[in-house]
Write a protein that binds this ligand. Structure first.
Ligand code: PBG
Length: 331
């Protein structure tokens, strides 16, 4: 007797393995999340994210040119504004001369083909560190959506290719789509963070922007669980993604990445738009920390993780590893 199936034949050597490989990773699969700081010639490394910096616009533009030369075609941008610009309305978010708007303009001037996707959420502008406006200890939905539409239009006015609402308010995709159409931006797209979980994997990101929910004299929720999703749920993720596509999202996102690949696959099967995945700050930090101790092979783990995200159905991966991975893949 011999085994009926000799599945190992297709794994005999690298030639046959490369012929039957189902997933191929390239720098075109990546988006690079970037943190923008005020000032000029500023570059501050985020302690919990080795190799990732908060940079002023001038240095960001330099970096974007380099990313473009490596084959990276999209960036997500986040800003850290000074505390005196924060309040409960988030109105700095739609200041036409705000840090985000200036950054979008400068990047699009320098590298017009780079797809720029600014983050749309109030947390970097909120005295409470919340993604929405707080009233009587609650995050109020509809007034927050109004703020997000203004913010989105101001990003589009500045030259953004896509806006990326990451706030998880209800109805924001439809409201943003309507506002973009009415303000003469029919070609500006929406990449919606549709299935965004209330996750502890965002810790290092909140360090980077100093945006963790905080007490500020008045009682506010200590976490984001009334708008971000419960990590015990899956049906809800599919529902959120379907709603966002119905409301006009061009792409949807699942976030975080690796611990949520089941959701990535299910959302991918449920909607007919590209599904992007955010390989978030905490996932990056874990690999860096283990590699620093010599406990994991950094480059191999990085590439394996990115392949697995793509295999699960992620068409676009937002990852802090984008630059390092592109350098390695281009070799
Ligand atoms: C803010 C936002 C967060 C992230 C992206 N946009 C943090 C949060 O929701 O608290 C997290 C990204 C990361 O951890 O890399 N709306």
């Amino acid at each position: 007797m011999f085994p009926i199936h000799r599945d190992r034949r297709l794994r005999t050597n690298e030639s046959i393995r490369s012929l039957v490989r189902e997933t191929i990773l390239t720098p075109n699969d990546f988006m690079f999340p970037m943190f923008i700081a005020e000032g000029t010639n500023v570059q501050v490394e985020i302690p919990s994210m080795p190799g990732i910096y908060r940079r002023s616009i001038d240095l960001t533009v330099k970096e974007v040119k380099e990313l473009w030369s490596l084959g990276i075609k999209a960036i997500n941008i986040y800003v850290k504004v000074s505390d005196n610009l924060k309040d409960n309305t988030g109105k700095e978010a739609w200041n036409p001369d705000g840090l985000m708007q200036q950054a979008i303009k400068a990047i699009k001037d320098a590298v017009p083909e780079m797809i720029v996707m600014p983050d749309v959420a109030l947390d970097p502008y909120s005295i409470y560190g919340h993604d929405g406006i707080v009233e009587n200890g609650q995050i109020i939905n509809d007034a927050t959506v109004d703020a997000l539409t203004r913010m989105s239009v101001s990003h589009a006015d500045a030259g953004a290719d896509f806006v990326a609402p990451s706030d998880m308010m209800d109805g924001r995709v439809l409201a943003i789509r309507k506002a973009l159409e009415e303000s003469g931006h029919p070609n500006v797209g929406i990449m919606s963070y549709s299935a965004k979980y209330a996750s502890s994997f965002y810790g290092p990101f909140r360090d980077a922007l100093d945006s963790a929910p905080k007490e500020s004299g008045v009682p506010v929720p200590k976490d984001k669980k009334t708008y971000q999703m419960d990590y015990a749920n899956r049906i809800e993720a599919i529902k959120e993604a379907i709603h966002d596509v119905e409301e006009g999202a061009d792409m949807v996102m699942v976030k975080p990445g690796l611990a949520y690949l089941d959701i990535v696959r299910e959302v991918k099967d449920a909607v007919n738009v590209p599904v992007s995945v955010f390989h978030v700050s905490g996932e990056y930090a874990m690999v860096k920390a283990a590699a620093e101790r010599g406990w994991l092979d950094h480059d191999k783990i990085m590439i394996e993780q990115l392949y697995c995200i793509k295999r699960a159905g992620g068409s676009l991966i937002s990852t802090y590893f984008a630059k390092e991975a592109a350098i390695l893949l281009n070799k």
